[in-house]
Structure formats: structure tokens, C-alpha cells
Design a binder for this molecule. Sequence first.
Ligand SMILES: Cc1cc2nc3c(=O)[nH]c(=O)nc-3n(C[C@H](O)[C@H](O)[C@H](O)COP(=O)(O)O)c2cc1C
Length: 275
Amino acid sequence: MFLISNKEMVVACAEAGILGSMPTLNARTPEKLRADLEWIRRKTDRPFAMNVTLALSDPERREADIALLEEFEVPVWLTSYGDPTAAVPRAHAIGAVVMHDVIGARHAKKAASAGVDAIIGVSAGAGGHGGTTSPYVLIPHLHELTGLPIVAAGCISSGRQLVASLALGAELAYVGTRFIASTECGASDAYKDLVVASGVEDIVYTNAVSGVHANFLKSTVPDGTTPDRSPGAAKRWVDIWSAGQGVEQVTSVASIEQIVEDFVREAHDTLAALT
Ligand SMILES: Cc1cc2nc3c(=O)[nH]c(=O)nc-3n(C[C@H](O)[C@H](O)[C@H](O)COP(=O)(O)O)c2cc1C
């Protein structure tokens, strides 16, 4: 998650038995990214992921980040906002896996042709730049279309929702909003508390912040906000907070270890109730 995912979350996820990630751009410079990767490698020998926001990074920075992913043999590359074609062979050359983020069929087909290993289907209601398609349609459709493993993203904040994603044919679930309200997350306490206090009606899907539709906590979007594509526009994400409709199921700030335990317990309970 832009600005708020950090190396502490990556390590806490790895230790809790899931795959943590952060956008490379959350390290302000490539030097800082190198330091973060060294720190992660020192703290855990388990797998982790890094997110490369392809077209949002300037080309020089993107190249520096990808070179670091190669050097540190980062095992999973999450690519988003752009064409993964150039990244795929570089990841495969070090034995890494590429999962590419899409909201619909057009980009999924392109990513499949580029040779990615899995497609992340970002459904309606997701935090960040969520799509508009229901997961009931998106997940099976993307699998049918590409034949690739599908990672379900959007509104998965509980074990029940995780099981539903698996029932739709997803191989993995990709969770953002729930982890804003984790103790390890870099979001401010006010942001975390607002995620806990908010329900689905407190989320607005708007292109007024960046020009691209995304989900935000409504009370943080000032009236009359218009899209800002200038270089300083990223600062808007500091004051205008993104979260998805899955805030509805977030009821406490908790450690990542606790959140994962809750997911596992709820998933088992859901499956037991079904059978
Ligand atoms: C505050 C915030 C920032 C995000 N930033 C990014 C980002 O930098 N790159 C990216 O690929 N996805 C980003 N996302 C989307 C997430 O990776 C993920 O697809 C989404 O959070 C899943 O939906 P959920 O929030 O409903 O769980 C962001 C989401 C949030 C909530």
C-alpha cells in the first residue's frame, strides 16, 4: 500500500506464514530500498514480495528498483499500473514469480501474453484503485480467459471472505485494507482508527483525487476536490486516505500475527459450517 506498507509489515507477514509486500517506492530512494531489503533478509529467511508500480515510477527509478529485486533475489514480484513485459524475463531469470494486477479482461490478456505467472483480479470495492466488477464474475472470468492462477483482491477482510474467494476459484487472496489497521502498518493512529470506525457507507469511489478512480475514506476527501496529476500529487494520499469497502469487517487494530490467526480461525469455522 502506497506510503503506508513497510519493511516491518513484510517481515511480520513472513513470520506469520503469509506473503507480505510493499511498493518499492515506499522506500524514498533506491539506497533506502537497498537498506530495507538488507533488513528484511536479515530478519527472515521466508519468502516475501515487492510491488513495482511500473508506469507510476520514473524510468530511472524503475530500473534501479528492478535491479535491486534481481540482486536480492526477491522471490515474488507484484507488478501493477503498466506493462509487465520487460520485467517478466528478468524475474524468471532469478527464479522469481510475477503476479500482475488488473481490474479487467483487457489487461489480463496482455499480462498473460507477457508471460506472468498469476493474475491479481482487483474487484469492486477494493482499497486503492479498485475496479468496478463483482468478484463473483471477475475471478472465474479471469481464470477462464487466461488459464492462469488467479489472486483475488478486494474486500477480503475476514476468513469468511477468504473462503468465498477460494470458492470462486482463486488460489490466493490479496489483502490491503485489513492491514491498514495493523500495529506494524506505517499509517497514522488516526487513519487506523478511522478504518476501524468506518463502514461501507463511509467509502467513496472517485477520480477526484488523482484522475483515476479509487476508493477513499469519504470524510478525508474535501468537498470540491479535483484531480491533480502534478508531481506533488502523491502528497494527497498523505491527507486523503484510501481504504476499501472491506472496512466494514475491520473491527480492531491488531498485530499482523493476530490478524492472520483470526483469518485462519474464521476460515476453518466457515468451512466447518458449510460442510
Ligand atoms: C492505502 C492503499 C494504498 C494502495 N497502494 C497500492 C500501490 O501502491 N500499488 C498497488 O499495486 N496497489 C495498491 N493498493 C491496492 C492493494 O494492493 C490491494 O489491491 C487492495 O488493497 C486490495 O483490496 P482491499 O483493500 O479491499 O483488501 C493500495 C491499497 C490501499 C488501501
